[in-house]
Write a protein that binds this ligand. Structure first.
Ligand SMILES: Nc1nc2c(ncn2[C@@H]2O[C@H](COP(=O)(O)OP(=O)(O)OP(=O)(O)O)[C@@H](O)[C@H]2O)c(=O)[nH]1
Ligand SMILES: [Mg+2]
Length: 389
């Protein structure tokens, strides 16, 4: 069966390769900061979980010199498109164009849209989805959408985007505990699948499985960074008596995971999230776990290291438990109002094998070891046990 092909275009650095990695779930396409474009050729990436191809292109860069009639990248994309269109093989037909616009930029020039339309002019009939990348700021979203609409309206009388989708492909961190989690990726996939010609569309159950997989992997990435951040917060020389120190971190972690599973607003969601933070900070379960770990005899580590390990462990365990909880709600197996169930799950998380697992970590780490490594070790311990469930 022929696969759907999505051509991903846009200025250099808008985040095309990062978006492709987020959609395919692997670090396939190189993405980086820099003073020149990262992707220097056109590459077709095949989806493994979902049967379709994403075509990463060379980012458009400004003309290098006035005698260049057309920037090299635009020419490269245009020529590749022409060749693909002439190919008899249906496999090379482009079905959808994702036109990426940087959501952190306050200007979108008409010329940028004209360049895009010129580069892809052989695919006139192909639906365009304008993807606003790095769309970290909720308040700017409305402005960005209008900016894209206006730019298209000014650039062309005939070709307009079918949809404008704001996305965050990778968590964006303002600080250890303030971050915008990935967003809009699975929605972009849903829309893309709808726009594919019937014969190339991916089956509903495959898409559902894919979406769950993606959400879980985004949530796990959030748990890993929160676990690492907890090591820093926890590494205080004074004995840390309770887990209150971790509260801002846990709030950020839980809000992030909830958002990834599309559970965001409303009083019920708030109550649920508060319950989780409560279990992780002031609950008897958390306090008992901390005292048990501190009382383990024969651990010759510095207090700051012990504290860091315990802090990471609590944040990892809570993260693991939260992924399970939010996933059950996302799948419709549990109600968002079922706070008692959530409390029980998380308390047993901290009461059960938690102390045993953490004892193992405390026995294996050394004082000089890199905190990031320790956090990764702890994260693996918890996340892997979750995946096996
Ligand atoms: N945190 C975060 N960073 C992003 C996101 N999207 C892009 N970036 C960053 O922006 C930079 C450029 O991203 P790339 O994916 O390389 O951009 P590109 O459009 O492929 O660039 P060229 O290959 O030069 O055309 C990288 O440092 C990315 O990590 C995002 O959603 N979140
Ligand atoms: Mg790139």
């Amino acid at each position: 069966m022929a696969k759907g092909n999505v051509l991903v275009v846009g200025n250099s650095g808008v985040g095309k390769s990062t978006l492709i990695n987020a959609v395919l779930g692997e670090k396939k396409a190189a993405a980086d900061f820099g003073i020149k474009g990262t992707s220097s050729e056109i590459t077709v990436y095949k989806g493994e979980e979902i049967d379709f191809n994403l075509i990463d292109t060379v980012g458009f860069e400004p003309q290098k010199a006035f005698w260049e009639l057309e920037p090299k990248a635009i020419k490269t994309v245009r020529e590749w498109c022409k060749k693909a269109a002439l190919d008899d093989d249906m496999e090379n037909d482009i079905n959808i164009i994702w036109f990426c616009v940087d959501g952190t930029a306050a200007k979108l020039f008409t010329k940028t849209i004209k360049d895009l339309l010129r580069a892809t002019s052989v695919w006139k009939e192909v639906p365009i989805v304008a993807v606003i990348t790095k769309s970290y700021s909720q308040p700017d979203r409305v402005k960005n959408i209008k900016m894209v609409q206006d730019a298209f309206a000014a650039a062309s009388k005939t070709v307009q985007p079918r949809a404008i989708m704001p996305v965050i492909a990778e968590s964006f961190y303002l600080s250890d505990s303030v971050f915008a989690p990935p967003e809009g990726i699975t929605e972009l996939m849903d829309l893309t699948n709808e726009l594919l010609p019937e014969g190339k569309r991916i089956a509903v159950d495959v898409v559902a499985k894919y979406k769950l997989e993606r959400r879980r992997s985004f949530a796990q990435a959030a748990v890993l960074s929160s676990t690492a951040a907890a090591a820093t917060v926890g590494a205080v020389p004074i004995p840390f008596a309770d887990a209150l120190l971790l509260q801002p971190l846990e709030v950020a972690e839980i809000n992030g995971i909830a958002a990834i599973y599309g559970i965001r607003k409303g009083d019920q969601a708030k109550l649920l999230k508060n319950t989780i933070v409560e279990v992780g900070t002031i609950s008897t379960a958390a306090k008992a776990a901390i005292s048990a770990l501190k009382a383990i005899p024969g651990i010759g580590l510095a207090t700051s290291v012990i504290n860091a390990v315990i802090a990471s462990g609590i944040v990892a365990a809570l993260g693991e438990g939260s992924i399970y909880v939010f996933e059950q709600i996302y799948l419709g197996n549990k109600e968002i109002s079922d706070v008692d169930w959530v409390r029980k799950i998380l308390e047993s998380q901290l009461a059960g094998s938690f102390v045993e697992k953490m004892k193992g970590v405390l026995e294996s780490v050394t004082d000089g070891q890199d905190m990031k490594d320790i956090a990764k070790q702890i994260y693996d311990l918890f996340i892997q046990s979750f995946v096996k469930k």
